[in-house]
Design a protein around this ligand. Sequence first.
Ligand code: SAM
Ligand code: SF4
Length: 438
Amino acid sequence: MRKRTSSRRQSKPQPIGPIQTFQIDGLTHDAKGVARLQGKVVFIDGALPGETVTAQVTKAGRHFDEALLSNVMVLSEYRKNPACSHFKQCGGCSFQHLMDEQQLLSKTNWLKGQLRNLLPKLPFEVLSGPSTQYRRRARIAVDQRDGSLALGFRGKASKDIVSIDQCAVLTAPLQAIFTSLKTKLIDSDLIKILGHIELLEDTKGVSVLFRLTQTISEMFEKDWKEWAEKEAITLYWQAPKESRADIALEQMRYYDLDGMRLSYHPQDFIQVNEVMNHKMVDQAIDWLKLNDQDVVLDLFCGVGNFSLPLAKRAKSVIGVEVQESMVQASRDNASSNNLDNLSFIAADLTQPIAQSFVKEKITKILLDPPRAGAFEFLDTIIKIKPMQILYVSCNASTLARDAEYLVAKGYRVQRVALMDMFPQTSHVETMMLLQKKN
Ligand SMILES: C[S@@+](CC[C@H](N)C(=O)[O-])C[C@H]1O[C@@H](n2cnc3c(N)ncnc32)[C@H](O)[C@@H]1O
Ligand code: SF4
């Protein structure tokens, strides 16, 4: 039997100074305590505002230092015990030592700072859901160097893989399958040809995808198929050099939303937090106040997560997405849900696109770009002249940049909400509604 380890080759930052006392008076967006030493800023991971701690400097930079926490002498009233035993090592979460309400407050203050040029007097809305067991998708890293098995996530202090047993943010069915998988893998040679593992839970159930580095033998495949049957899950294999798993149509996955069923390939983008996705889509519907005259452009539409619910309430929706396979999935989703007022276009929205790519007069635009934002497409949006723009963002700094541009071109910010899609982590999602000035 292979040896289990709790953490591997964690090359901890080494102290370069004496143990010193620090007063913490701030918190960074990724949950590092902020202190000052002779006027210079020092970041201390694990320390909270209001605390007195001892720490040792590990990195001295020109503008700031980093220090390693040794001891918390005076505790913050908002400190709590982390829900996960891997929290200190695992890079997946950064906020588990801070009470949930204070996490939200800290994220809200940070987001307000990011959007400070845009929101002089606006009330800031907050949308939140369960703070643990919310993650319906996870990519598990695999390491079996030194003859011991590590299945888990990248570490906080280094890129090494931290071996995980229980993950507090995974949904309960994903945690259960992870435990079974780990037990079986410890004694299986499959580990030698595994790149990584993808876990997924949706309305169809649970699935596990093995990314292979070598071709698998039939015997192995049969053994793992039996395990999958016993666990009542779907197994997918991604062969070496395949950019994604080649699956049959009936093996597509699906999730239910707004009384509809949306199909997708197991490696297509879907929103990771199911409860929050429902709330976010409901909020988009509420904010946009659609009627049967509205023609909506849904940019970066994925498999139609917003497009289909919007189409139920508007005259028509046009979705745009770069991945052809997702565009096809969106079309199939529209027809399987008996919606005939949707059309989809495959296009790269970072490249110039003629404004005439849509024939109808667009009244409202929803956009949900990746982290890089949508700057290249903003001039096209301005030429289309929608009455409202609903911007869903996973990166507040590109949102601020893009929204400032739209404001300079004749829009005003009407509503903003922080959406806590990833509690315990530093990630922040935002929804912003912009209204055309007359
Ligand atoms: C944050 S996801 C949102 C997907 C969808 N709105 C949802 O809620 O599931 C961003 C989507 O943009 C697509 N995308 C990324 N880069 C793109 C580009 N340059 N042009 C068009 N679509 C792009 C991705 O494939 C992905 O489906
Ligand atoms: S990602 Fe999971 S394992 Fe890692 S710290 Fe968060 S809850 Fe724990």
